[in-house]
Ligand binder design. Structure first.
Ligand SMILES: Nc1ncnc2c1ncn2[C@@H]1O[C@H](COP(=O)(O)OP(=O)(O)OP(=O)(O)O)[C@@H](O)[C@H]1O
Length: 318
């Protein structure tokens, strides 16, 4: 059976949390009256494993409305699991975590609102821009690491994301990246001992830690593994093995210890070292996000310094 080691899965934590604070199990979240949002004027902006995402107006502000497919929401157990995860999400506050706003009350469907991030997902950004310059990639990596560190340091239980992919990282207008969808897509995918889906959808396989694919016990470091693949993609402009089926990629990582190539032309030496540590086959050898942040800050400083030298040199030549 696939179970986290040490830390408690998000939906189980949410159950503990909800029962601790005595929340109504049906609607444990902040409620927004459905009259406040006109879904007939909503603009479709995307679709994920558990439903569609719309741009709507709420109290004069553009926000994202995420709908849960009726095939999922009609299952009372799954609906309950979603609401409990949302109840936990609403307690989270961090500049690199997408802000949850509330659940639409009396809606015949299950719909919840979050802040709207105008620039879309990291997946969209990489598709449009391709390879990022090293300073941008490191700054984006720091945003993600800070959001993830907040989740991992959550009290009383660490929150393991379990589905950190470029589609679950969104960018606001100011260029800041924020992490979203903790555990929700996992509920929508496959049944585990608790009765919810837990393994990756097709997209997630590309970012899945070997121990998860092998259905062994796992800990917070599964997110560090996924993070390494996101950073790898930012430097490369997309996944290194696009033509291979995601499940095959995960299989080779889990059973043949295969990892994406690290060409010296693309990856600065300290980034290569960091990626090797983060996707280490032994989960205990992977660094924590706190350690990753410190390393990235040093890398950022040295890149800024080198850029400064290049600028100075060109001034001199001119
Ligand atoms: N808060 C938001 N602001 C702006 N766009 C969003 C927001 N949330 C989601 N989107 C867009 O909608 C798309 C679908 O999002 P959703 O979270 O439902 O699924 P996903 O993350 O793509 O896939 P999965 O559900 O398998 O994780 C995203 O890729 C993104 O482009």
């Amino acid at each position: 059976m696939w179970q986290p080691r040490g830390e408690i899965p998000l939906h189980v934590q949410a159950t503990h949390w909800a029962s601790q604070v005595g929340l109504d199990s049906q609607i444990p979240c902040y409620e927004i009256d459905h009259d406040e949002v006109n879904m007939n004027e909503a603009t479709l902006i995307g679709e994920g494993s558990y439903g569609e995402v719309y741009l709507v107006r709420w109290r004069g502000t553009e926000v994202a409305a995420k709908t849960i497919r009726s095939s999922i929401a009609s299952n009372q157990m799954v609906k309950k699991a979603f609401l409990k995860e949302l109840a936990l999400w609403q307690t989270l506050r961090h500049p690199n975590i997408v802000q949850f706003l509330g659940v639409l009350k009396h809606s015949d469907r299950l719909i919840f609102l979050t802040e709207y991030l105008r620039n879309g997902s990291l997946y969209d950004i990489l598709r449009k821009k391709g390879r990022l310059d090293p300073l941008t990639a490191v700054s984006y990596a720091l945003d993600i690491a800070r959001g993830m560190n907040y989740l991992h340091q959550h009290k009383p239980y660490a929150i393991i994301h379990r589905d950190l992919t470029p589609r679950n990282v969104l960018q606001d207008e100011a260029g800041r990246l924020k992490v979203t969808d903790f555990g929700l897509s996992k509920i929508a995918q496959e049944k585990d001992a608790y009765g919810y889906k837990m393994t990756g959808g097709t997209g997630s396989y590309r970012y899945m830690a070997p121990e998860v694919y092998r259905r062994e016990s796992y800990g917070m470091s599964v997110d560090v593994f996924s993070f390494a693949l996101l950073v790898h993609e930012m430097f490369l402009g997309g996944p290194s093995n696009r033509e291979e089926a995601p499940e095959k990629v995960a299989d080779k990582r889990a059973y043949e210890d295969s990892r994406p190539p690290l060409s010296s032309y693309v990856y600065p030496e300290p980034i290569k070292m960091l990626l090797r540590e983060c996707w280490h086959k032994n989960p205990d050898c992977r660094p924590t996000f706190e350690e990753i942040i410190l390393q990235l800050e040093i890398i950022q400083e040295s890149l800024q310094h080198n850029n400064g030298i290049v600028a100075c040199c060109s001034c001199h030549v001119l």
